[in-house]
Write a protein that binds this ligand. Sequence first.
Ligand code: PEP
Ligand code: MG
Length: 751
Amino acid sequence: MIEALRRIVQEATAATDFPSALTIAATQIRDTLEVTACTIYLVDQKRRELVCGAGIGLTLVARGQVRRTDQPSLLEWIAERQDVLNLADAQQHPRYQNTLGTDEEICHAFLGVPLVQDHQTLGILVVRDTRICEFQTMEVDFLVSIAVPLAHLIHQATLDGVIHALLSGVRSLSGLPGAQGVAIGTITLPYRLADLDRVPNRSTSDPAAEEVALNTAISAVDEELRSANEQLLSLLPPSEQAMFSAHRLLLNSDSLRADINTRIHNGLWAPAAWRDAILARAQALQQTNNPYLNARAEDIRDLGRRVLRHLYTGATDSSRALPEHCVLLAEEISVADFATIPPDQLAAIVCLRGSALSHIAILARAIGIPAVMNLGDRPINGLAGHEIIVDGYQGRVFIDPDPAVRAEYQRLIAAETELAAGLDKLRDLPAEMLDGYRVPLYVKAGLLSDIPSASNCGADGVGLYRTEFAFMIRESFPSEEEQYAIYQQVLKAFAPKPVTIRTLDIGGDKPLPYYPIDENNPFLGWRGLRFTLDHPKIFLVQLRAMLRANADSKNLRVLFPMITTVEELDEALRLLTQAYRELEAEGTPAARPQVGAMIEVPSAAWQAAQLARRVDFLSVGTNDLTQYVLAVDRDNAQVARLYDHLHPALLKTIAHILAGGHQAGRPVQLSGEMASDPGAALLLLGMGADSLNASPASLPRVKWVIRRFARAQACALAEEALTLETTDQIRRLLNGALQQAGLGEIVHESI
Ligand code: PEP
Ligand code: MG
């Protein structure tokens, strides 16, 4: 049965169109269960009708035939109750009616299963047979199992219908907020790249000309990459910058050139020679067991397509005329796509997949443009050139908006511009509440290139400097000297303000290319302190570099990530002391730092007081804490709607951490995206957070909110929030408070 299930799903999904997919599914279900008939009904939500989507086995069941809901039937019973109906003889049921013609009367046994997605009945799957007996458990299980992918298939088709309707009048689509802000622009699709697999084999009689053509194409792409990298230099994390350099290195590598020339001189025309050389390299990477290298194979193919397009058309990305305000829309957007639009023309990003934690959403936030993610799979090719409004607060877009909606959003954009100007003025003002309570407000960073923006945003210091990026862009673990140079630069840039540097937090979604870790559940695996404590040598090198960097500036705070037990913290502290003693014994200048423990997992949350007693401060990592308290993978778009830092359970966990830290007499800092969300930041202050740690882009907004409220107001808000039972109620409460303070227009519903 499992094999049959797999086959049916595979063949239905591969069908050329939706009606054929339903027919394939119905036929195969009937054949697998060896029954007389199988019918798939679809619910027409608007007309409240059941329409036959596909019917096999009963001559009078025709596609498109309708059953009306005003005639209660067995089908309506299933749709209403969203339950399975298994009858030995349907004709004996009081709701039985044969609206489809006499043919149905040959059947007695009846099994109907609702097709449900997102709590909505989208259709009903029915099998009928001439025997008079109930279907067996195995048959019911089979039908219930196939109902899941079938419902998904119908859901997708409904979405396609929506986009069709959208082009003829219905224009608003909802996804997930990716980056805050509002923009109006023109839909721009990423440049279509040529397909390597479709390059025909052709021979050449002029190898020299082929070589020149290929070299010209390679140089053009090399130049494209160089200028894109230059434009995005200050915006991209090093891992992405490294990608540009790696691509350029490959393009200019002698071995690649030699390979292509040999192929051309053996008689192949340039596109085929290029195809073979690229695919050979991609295949070699794909055959390794290393997930990092497997992913690089796709990068190489992408590069291959870029050069191929140039070979075919001579066109560069810069040669197409771009609208003044581009809204990049695609299923997925790579950093390379991102780089094809000049930053001053890129107004917003809209992605059919992904979530706020996707790479591209993080980049959008870094450069301060709105992004909407996860609009769902839908055809977009016909949308290029259409006007679009992107509302990154609500995760919503409006295509070809009507004038009233457009005017409303234009008003919002004007208000935002005004706010931005106002926020700029806040930079040098303290993060002080209306009653004079001063909130230490720190900024997050992870790259040396972050330093200028971080030091300019009016923060009281760095609350979290993530060290893993420096490890991720290298070919091997960075030496003590290399690390010392980086940490010293960061500490000096902010001295005398404090800088919290976190020890290596790799694992999870942050792999080291030169130390692949193969795990089934990376987020539950060898992460953060678990990894470094198992590699004391690597840990000691990092700690020594930090202590040395602190010798002059003395503003270092060391932070340990992913602590799960008290023993782990004790061991980390022991190694910190060992590193200091070693340096002292050598006579190397060093200074002891303040030390903090990150509370990111429930076990640490419930031992917050015990952990706090051992260190100078606690830092709550709300990104991971949300993930582990809610059991929602922070990087999985499928469950992104469940990942919400305003969940009541998370608030209660944070309240417990705050109480534990304070009971031990230690301050508790709040970190992660939650502290960058103005509404949540206000709530955290009311709950007793001693300091907040926001991203450079969101810091001014957080400061603005801090300056609009008194501490007592925040406390009252927190007290009420902690009595609420749902995330929505908490969000509404915060929005109401922000709106009353005059921030409603800007913060919208997503806060
Ligand atoms: C967190 O988990 O909230 C955090 C700050 O750490 P990271 O996002 O780097 O895991
Ligand atoms: Mg974390």
